[in-house]
Design a protein around this ligand. Sequence first.
Ligand code: GMT
Length: 379
Amino acid sequence: MKIGIVCYPTFGGSGVVATELGKALADKGHQVHFITYSPPVRLDFLSGNLFYHEVSVSDYPLFEYPPYELVLSSKLVDVVKYEKLDLLHVHYAIPHASAAYMAKQILASQGINIPFITTLHGTDITLVGKDPSFEPVITFAINQSDAVTAVSESLKEDTYKNFPYVRNEIQVIPNFICLEDHAAESGKCRKKMYAPNGERILIHVSNFRKVKRVEDVLHVFAKVRQVIPAKLILVGDGPERGNMEKLCRKMECDVDVKYLGNIVNPEHILGISDLFLLPSETESFGLAALEAMASKVPVISTNSGGLPEVNVNGFSGYMSNVGDIEDMAANAVSILKDDIVLNQFKANAYQQAQKFDIAKILPMYEALYMKVLGQEINI
Ligand code: GMT
């Protein structure tokens, strides 16, 4: 198949999922074309059947808000026509689904039929998408999609709840991890560099937005550190990082906290970590938690959104109510205080991650592609 993938090329989970999906499809012999405004960060190579098409928006002075969506639609028309694509798969509804719809209509007027699949990732539905100014366009674009997927049951429910006029059927295809690649990449960092005296290493990876409640990470860490010698590693960057740094100094734990910024391959640092903290207000899925579990790192998370579909309470880690720092810290200590307990949780985390191995999830996308092309296959 010749597949066009539209996504945000940044460090966000939706872009990571879209890129890893494209790479895996290309490995299986499909031709994959990424169409976005810069090369996706996880697209570390271009092979014979992986292509990148840049959407470049003019900065004409009249435009206070450059019309990215229109340029994207035009680019989609061009790539579909000249690369003879079979279908488009757009990740994150805003504005990718409506841009795909526009491209589909333009192509239809030229006698070309191009189906498009929309994958909903989370904040496009639960945060940004909830803004009433987006509602009619998102509802319309979802209803016009040839197929719609959501990354968790929770996100599917949220979509029907937040967008009451959505009529299209939503299929849940969970996020995935390539365990083989993950294992090959881990083991490149040395634990001694970060924990010279054998301290436990706690880690958080995110885009440091309000929804991640990064201050809770620090509060939990401070409580754990009172009981167990520990270090905290923070990976990623975003609007809350400055506040986090200030709080860290105020709480006098900055000597034990390291900020690493954005990292393309987090599995290197996850490979030396003991516990992952994800105290988010909500997560449609929590890809970062799955990446941690694939590196044998148990997860302390909240129980909101799709997290209970990923983290199993008392097995791969623990879940607490949003903001319940005491509970998260107590759970963290119960895992970290004993090597035997910690090793059991590490093994369990890995076992849980295996449920989301790409080998199980990729065929679900391929079957959906065949279905929208009118060629049913059994998986
Ligand atoms: O987490 C973010 O804010 C980024 C966002 C994105 O779209 O890039 O992540 C969402 O999609 C990920 C991939 O499907 C999910 O794993 C995240 O849970 C989801 N984030 C939220 O729901 C807050």
